[in-house]
Design a protein around this ligand. Structure first.
Ligand code: CUA
Length: 358
């Protein structure tokens, strides 16, 4: 027989000649807690990357987004409070059992703290989110908002129309500040979800339905939005910019967007326009004021006024635009635009024309 002293002071006696075993420690060894802490730290670091790009739910820029962020912090506090309470009670129960064994107090704790309290807490959270939050983030009736914008989801870009004008834009949706804007959102193909995290909650975009969401902010700025429902291969590349401008700037922008496409002023631009109208571009894209009236791809009437291309995948600069035209399937595989076969001079002229469409 051998005697062995274990960590924690207990001693174990081995029967016959086998080495005496000590009880396993919680987590089964000293490395697990370190791995757990490292994993948590890595996750926090990863999540930290979610902020800072104009798409941070915890950096609200509207009343509605502020309320959503508040709900998050309240739920976070309640969850942590609940966790600490449960751990403390577990510890107390363990202590009590060691000293006194089971008693009726335990039964009361299971009934009260284990059943009644969670029901109460969850009911309070439901009341808080349902009664206040859902009501306040709901789109009001069209008559109560000062501006209506129609937003249409496509695989994979967002189109916006401004009723009462001829303006049609893609992926860069402008709204005026200090104005409740009613966005009426629909889709021409599959289910998408329209979401500007810093301004309001997300809204599903379902075929055959028009859903509404209220966007209103006092702060001019560019807010990033994202399709939040898997909608095919390029779902992640279905982002957009929501640009809030002071009302006067917005009106000037809208007036420019409502105009037909600029007429070419140089020989290269005229040749480029011919390439556009006689080649494959015109069958998928619209240029208002010209015979091009395709509806598969975005309206390109004021393409050069945009800062991005293809659902924010590329900056709108000449080289990127050229790459997109001849090799869009390499850049965004599966998108509706075929790679366009053009000679060098044709591409140069087409770029000269597209770059003039301010
Ligand atoms: Cu559209 Cu995801």
């Amino acid at each position: 027989m051998r005697l062995r002293r274990c960590p924690g002071g207990t001693s174990r006696v081995a029967l016959r000649t086998r080495r005496p075993r000590c009880p396993r420690r919680a987590f089964g060894g000293s490395r697990r807690p370190i791995a757990l802490a490292a994993g948590t730290a890595a996750l926090l670091l990863l999540l930290a990357g979610c902020g800072g790009n104009g798409q941070d739910t915890l950096s609200p820029h509207s009343t509605q987004a502020g309320q959503i962020a508040n709900l998050f912090w309240v739920m976070m506090a309640v969850a942590w409070g609940g966790l600490l309470l449960v751990v403390a009670l577990l510890f107390a129960a363990w202590k009590r059992r060691q000293t006194r064994g089971g008693d009726r107090f335990g039964t009361w704790m299971v009934g009260g703290a284990g059943i009644a309290m969670p029901i109460g807490v969850v009911a309070a959270l439901f009341f808080f989110s349902d009664v206040f939050l859902i009501r306040d983030t709901q789109a009001p009736a069209a008559s109560e908002t000062r501006l209506t914008v129609t937003v249409i989801g496509h695989q994979w870009f967002w189109e916006a129309r401004y009723p009462g004008t001829r303006a049609v834009v893609a992926d860069e949706i402008h709204i005026p500040t200090r104005t409740p804007v009613n966005l009426q959102v629909r889709t021409v193909d599959v289910i998408h979800s329209f979401w500007v995290p810093e301004l309001n909650r997300k809204i599903d975009v379902i075929p055959g339905r028009t859903n509404r969401i209220l966007l209103e902010t006092d702060r001019p700025g560019t807010y990033r939005g994202q399709c939040a429902e898997f909608c095919g291969l390029q779902h992640a590349h279905m982002a957009f910019l929501l640009i809030a401008q002071p009302p006067a700037q917005f009106r000037a922008w809208l007036a420019r967007q409502a105009k037909p496409a600029r007429r070419p002023t140089t020989a290269a631009q005229r040749d480029g326009r011919r390439v556009f109208l006689e080649g494959p571009c015109a069958s998928c894209h619209t240029l208002r004021g010209t015979p091009a009236d395709g509806v598969v791809g975005p309206d390109l009437t004021h393409l050069a006024s945009r800062s991005t291309l293809a659902g924010l995948v590329l900056p709108n600069r000449k080289g990127y635009l050229a790459g997109w035209i001849v090799d869009s399937q390499h850049i965004k595989p599966g998108n509706q635009m075929p790679d366009v076969q053009l000679s060098g001079p044709q591409l140069t002229d087409l770029l000269a024309y597209l770059e003039s469409l301010r």
